[in-house]
Design a binder for this molecule. Structure first.
Ligand code: FRU
Length: 492
């Protein structure tokens, strides 16, 4: 694995031509995605500033151009009319000021009238490498660049460590106030969220207090990307607690999850109505962001980084890493969030495969870019994707009628990813298994179980002979080839 020097990681991008050769090489990779958002070169991590504005969806993401490394971060801008097909617009926020000289870190967007305001963390380093975080504001200009406010809105609160970042901006109409929720770490190394408020988007931001979440005072040592959403009359606190051991998550210590409850903005208290739930039960999902202004009060749209901090992937050697998940429609059912593929995704369905003569146990060719749907009758079920021609190996999805457990297992693939963190994940389905919808791209598998009740998102890197599937069990199986939806054009 390549060792990066600090100079290499934080090298500034001066001219798009610097990326041409790298992009050309990368675009030949067998693992480039066809319908998932990915960076033109280098590393993509958190989605930022997800919002509907000016008749289109805007999404920005954390981008480090040089390779699979968390170095100097830019905000890269993409747009879509339908959340399915996306267009690259290029770099939008450059880390070019004193206050963001070592990265324009994650944040969110707020549309006001014709303007779109972007709130982000300016990651500043002193010459002795001491870190300071600033909450910064930039306004999107018509030409795609941003006009930065000359000074940050505020710096770090001295009562917490320097880990204060990822501003999520919210407006509370009933209070006539704006709030910024930030991820933070207390001096005794507890993860938390802190809140600033103002009655003006651009000025007068004051520290309002630490978010109180009774029962979650000792829950990881840092909370990244916190946000408080209002969906279907309930409040949802989404965040990524770090360095925390959670049962059933193997050796993964950074999680993305949520708590349902009620938010009292006056006392800055989030009263949980239940436990912390993992948002996605697969291996690779983190830093989810909800779009800020979905019109339907019962729904939200969420997108996440299909990756994890500190994990290496086979494409690291090809100088690129990561992609984003499919955007999902979020609703609340009972005491849980439900994540469903957006209805618009059906547009991607191309030719449907004729599987009328398929018998359980048959081994068939698996198209690399496809959707699989299974209507399952009671009983055990096995769906193995990317098997060899004899049906062995593969990415295995097994359901046991006896235990009601569904298990995904990627340990049988030739290319193993992060085996130290565990290669299988299990989820109990008290109501049994009725339905699976599986989206397969060139290097990922997203599984929506029982209409979005449980989701497993994982990267997978099949080699040439891992090109088949096999299924055992009593299920009605459908399969479509999907059309590509993201372009791999080099726009910087
Ligand atoms: C989460 C995160 C954020 C930070 C960003 C930097 O993945 O660590 O907390 O703002 O990534 O790229």
């Amino acid at each position: 694995m390549k060792e990066w020097t600090r100079e290499e990681r934080y090298r500034r991008l001066k001219d798009p031509q610097e990326l041409w050769a790298m992009h050309e090489e990368i675009s030949k990779s067998d693992y480039r995605q066809a319908f998932h958002i990915q960076a033109i070169t280098g590393l993509i991590n958190d989605p930022n500033g997800f919002v509907w504005h000016d008749n289109k969806w805007h999404l920005f993401y954390q981008w480090c151009p040089w390779g699979a490394v968390h170095g100097l971060k830019y905000w890269y801008h993409i747009v879509s009319k339908d959340l399915v097909t996306w267009k690259n617009l290029g770099v939008c926020i450059m880390p070019d000021r004193e206050y963001d000289n070592y990265g324009a870190y994650s944040g969110s967007a707020m549309p006001i009238g014709d303007s779109l305001y972007l709130y982000y963390t300016g990651n500043h380093r002193d010459p002795d490498w001491t870190r300071h975080a600033y909450t910064c504001l930039a306004k999107l200009r018509d030409d795609g660049w941003t006009e930065k406010y000359p000074l940050p809105l505020f710096g770090t609160n001295p009562d917490y460590t320097e880990h204060q970042r990822d501003p999520k901006i919210v407006y509370k109409k009933e209070l006539g106030r704006y709030f910024i929720v930030l991820g933070a770490q207390t001096k005794d190394k507890r993860g938390c969220a802190i809140i600033y408020s103002s009655d003006d988007l651009l000025h007068g931001w004051n520290f309002a207090g630490e978010l109180k979440v009774p029962g979650f005072e000792h829950f990881g040592d840092m909370w990244e990307c916190p946000s408080i959403e209002h969906i279907g009359g309930k409040d949802v606190l989404l965040f990524c607690p770090q360095h925390l051991k959670i049962e059933g998550r193997g050796g993964t210590f950074n999680h993305n999850g949520y708590i349902l409850g009620e938010m009292d903005w006056a006392s800055l208290t989030f009263n949980p109505a239940g436990r912390f739930h993992i948002l996605d039960r697969g291996f690779d999902s983190y830093a989810a962001e909800c779009a800020n202004n979905v019109q339907d009060p019962d729904k939200a749209v969420l997108i996440a980084w299909m990756g994890q901090p500190d994990v290496s992937y086979p494409t690291d050697e090809e100088n690129w890493s990561g992609c984003l998940t499919l955007p999902r429609e979020l609703t609340i059912r009972g005491r849980r969030l439900i994540q469903q593929p957006l209805p618009e995704l059906k547009q991607l369905r191309d030719e449907e495969f004729n599987l009328q003569n398929y018998h359980p146990g048959d081994v068939e060719k698996l198209p690399r870019v496809s959707e699989v749907e299974l209507y399952c009758r009671p009983g055990d079920l096995k769906m193995d994707l990317f098997t060899k021609e004899d049906g062995t190996g593969g990415f295995q999805i097994h359901y046991s009628e006896m235990t009601h457990d569904i298990c995904i297992d990627r340990s049988h693939m030739t290319r193993r990813i992060n085996p130290e963190a565990g290669e299988s994940r299990v989820r109990n389905l008290p109501q049994g298994l009725q339905h699976l919808r599986i989206f397969i791209d060139r290097s990922s598998v997203e599984i929506f179980v029982n209409d979005g009740d449980v989701v497993f998102t994982s990267r997978v890197f099949p080699v040439t002979d891992e090109a088949y599937f096999t299924m055992y069990g009593d299920a009605f199986l459908r399969m479509w080839k999907l059309k590509p939806a993201v372009q791999d054009t080099l726009v910087v």
